[in-house]
Design a binder for this molecule. Sequence first.
Ligand code: ATP
Length: 517
Amino acid sequence: MAHNEDLFKKIISHAKEYGYVFPSSEIYDGLSAVYDYGQYGVELKNNIKQYWWSAMVQMNENVVGLDSAIFMHPTIWKASGHVDAFNDPLIDNKDSKKRYRADVLIEDHIEKFNDKIEKEAEKAAKRFGDQFDRELFLSTNPKILEYRKKGEEIKEKFVLALENNDLEAVRQIIIDNEIVCPISGTRNWTEVRQFNLMFDTKLGSVTDDASTIYLRPETAQGIFVNYLNVQKTGRMKIPFGIAQIGKAFRNEIVARQFIFRMREFEQMEMQFFVKPGEELTWFEFWKNRRMQWHLALGLGNQKYRFYKHDKLAHYANAAFDIQYEFPFGFKEVEGIHSRTDYDLSQHQQFSGKKLQYFDPELNQNYVPFVVETSIGVDRTFLMILCNSFVEEKITKEDGSVDERVVLKLPPALAPIKATVLPLVKKDGLPEKAHEIMDALKFDFNCQYDEKDSIGKRYRRQDAIGTPYCITIDHETLENNTVTIRERDTMEQIRVDISKLAEIIGQKVDMKHLLKRL
Ligand code: ATP
């Protein structure tokens, strides 16, 4: 799909206009790559976290939770490798003065060959119609083979350069492939340099080097250093997992895609501890489980793909990303990594404390291997927001055409489940509406709205993504019935007030998502 910048801009302004996401410190002109979640944003975010937490902790007997502190002993980041190697290669364009991640420039360039292949295939599909054999075409068409070869050649060189930590070679790939700055359009590049992404600060009042601590760039290390605490106190038997949701901080070089890449963000991570040698089986298990979690949301299976890492971190023996098709292309939302025994072994070495498991079946101690699933709350939020944003044309009864913007959020994640609307602000209708809301609010997050015409109020709820609108009119006072309007179909039915909780529950209960896992 062509990248859709206009659509993305609309989504960003919709998010702001309807109280989902605000730029941080806006009255001071904002803070780059930091955002605040508004009154609806916080609800959607909480629901996403709830869905993940239930799916991981509540649904799995052998997964438990944790909430470790953001500040940790600085040696942890030495042991994990972050102090020495949590770097991104950066490059500047001398004309535009814009800074880029060299690896991203190259990856985007490689992705262009994939786009070209897709375009050729689409053209051919149109030409050949029903007789088109896509697989055959992709594996034999000379143009396609040429594009693929080019992409693979660059990828090979790139992987080698990264493996050798050869920044000059990374730069040479940019030069050789005539990659230009998207702003200035020139190839006037600086050298490639490494840049560490961790924020540091000082602990306490003594400001010497020893007091330097870091804002965690991932939540995972808090899990590793608590491995033994949880295993012992929870009497956990391998295999078992520890899940955690929390803030992480990275001083990202380029942060231009709204909440896709932030400097302060939130992660939902799970480390699953297994017997050495069984890690790849569990890796497959969690890879599929996590994809299932995404697909259950109903955003569309074709919107997802797995992406296999070609360049593995030195400690990993398998890594896949789950990518989603954002308006700006397929991008990573989640990573599933087989991290071997690297982290626990490192912490064992740096702390001098044993981090082992006594396996009663083998009658033997070992350092467990780890399979990790790591997903960003904010990227998931953006994925759902992009997927839900729909501009619709509606033909009215009199034949005229109206438009509406509707957020078709998965109902279980919608911030407000039902809004109660008195048709008019008099005749006892507001009182009746409040009575209904007071009964429903124990089960659902509800809203009350009496301002503006009913049509405007429906549009407003559509824009917020509320699955149900309940309208109270004069008939309600006579026979205790209301109309309930469904967001996506706009269908209205008249029901007894006593049926409301059941109707709403059938649609918005998180249970329905969890049962699809
Ligand atoms: P990228 O290559 O996009 O920088 P990454 O591979 O460094 O991501 P991981 O370290 O695997 O990301 O982090 C796991 C998850 O955390 C990512 O899949 C993403 O959802 C989220 N994440 C990472 N960095 C950011 C960020 N700067 N802003 C928002 N979410 C992030």
